[in-house]
Ligand binder design. Structure first.
Ligand code: NI
Length: 253
C-alpha cells in the first residue's frame, strides 16, 4: 500500500475524470491521497473532496503566491476548515522567492500566521520552499511546528542536513526521474528512510516519460520503484517505510 502525500485533485485539470483518476490510484496500490489546498478556494474544495471520498484526506493552507491578498477573515476560514474531521495538516504554506508573486515581507507574515494556526490546531505543516531556504529555516526554528514536511524537496545536501537536524520530514516527487536531476538523486540517497515520504504534486511534475502531460496519484507506484533503484533497496522496503511515515505524520486512522 502506497500513499500520495501531496496532490491537487481539486484542480480543474481533473473535472472531466476525477473519479477515474481516484480509482486508477487505488488499482495501482495508492490507497490514500492527501489532497492539498493551496488557496482559500483550494482549501474549501480539498476539505469537500475528503468528505466525499473515503480514501482522501485534506490539508488546508494558503500558498505564498497569494500572500499579498490574504485578509484576516480568510485566515479565520482556514482555521474553521482545518477543524474538519479529515483535515490532517496545514499546507501548503511557505516562501517562494523564485517567483515572488507576493512581496517577501507579506509571505513571511502569512507563513508565520499559518504556522501559529497549525500549532493552535495541533496539526503538522506542509512546506513549500523555493529559493528561500534560509528564511524557511529561520521561521520554522522560531515557530517550532508539531511536525513538518518539506514538500517537493529540491534543496542541496546542506539544506537537507538542516531539515533533518530540526526533525523535519522531506518528500520527493517524480521530478527525480528527470534527466537533469542528478543532484537531486544524489541528495535523495542521503535521506534516511524514517524521514522520507512520496508525493506526486499532481497535476504538476509528471514522470520523465509523460512530460508535458498531466500527472496523477497512480504514478506514486513508479516513483516508489525509482526511489528503490536510486537507494539500492527493494520496492517493498521503500513502500513500507514511506507509508508508515505518512500514516504517522498525518495520523491517518
Ligand atoms: Ni503542491
Amino acid at each position: 500500500m502506497l500513499i500520495d502525500t501531496h496532490c491537487h485533485l481539486d484542480f480543474p485539470d481533473y473535472d472531466a475524470d476525477r473519479n477515474e483518476v481516484i480509482s486508477r490510484a487505488k488499482k495501482n496500490g495508492v490507497e490514500y491521497l492527501i489532497n492539498i489546498g493551496s488557496s482559500l478556494k483550494g482549501s474549501r474544495d480539498s476539505a469537500a473532496l475528503a468528505k466525499q471520498f473515503n480514501n482522501i484526506y485534506a490539508a488546508c493552507g494558503i500558498h505564498p503566491h497569494d500572500a499579498d491578498a490574504i485578509t484576516d477573515p480568510d485566515l479565520e476560514e482556514i482555521q474553521s476548515l482545518s477543524a474538519g474531521d479529515k483535515v490532517v495538516a496545514i499546507g501548503e504554506i511557505g516562501l517562494d522567492y523564485f517567483k515572488n508573486f507576493s512581496q517577501p515581507e507579506n509571505q513571511l507574515k502569512l507563513f508565520r500566521k499559518l504556522n501559529r494556526l497549525a500549532k493552535d490546531m495541533n496539526l503538522p505543516v506542509i512546506i513549500h520552499c523555493r529559493e528561500a531556504e534560509k528564511d524557511v529555516l529561520q521561521v520554522l526554528k522560531e515557530e517550532a511546528p508539531v511536525r513538518a514536511v518539506v514538500h517537493c524537496f529540491s534543496g542541496n545536501s546542506q539544506f537537507l542536513r538542516s531539515c533533518l537536524d530540526l526533525g523535519f520530514f522531506v518528500s520527493f516527487t517524480c521530478n527525480i526521474t528527470y534527466k537533469k536531476a542528478q543532484l537531486l538523486r544524489d541528495v535523495l540517497k542521503l535521506v534516511p528512510f524514517e524521514r522520507l515520504m512520496l508525493e506526486t504534486d499532481a497535476p504538476f511534475l509528471p514522470p520523465q516519460d509523460l512530460r508535458g502531460k498531466r500527472n496523477e496519484p497512480m504514478h506514486v507506484k513508479g516513483l516508489c520503484a525509482e526511489v528503490a533503484k536510486i537507494k539500492g533497496v527493494t520496492f517493498a522496503e521503500v513502500e513500507r517505510a514511506t507509508t508508515a511515515n505518512a500514516i504517522e505524520f498525518f495520523q491517518i486512522k
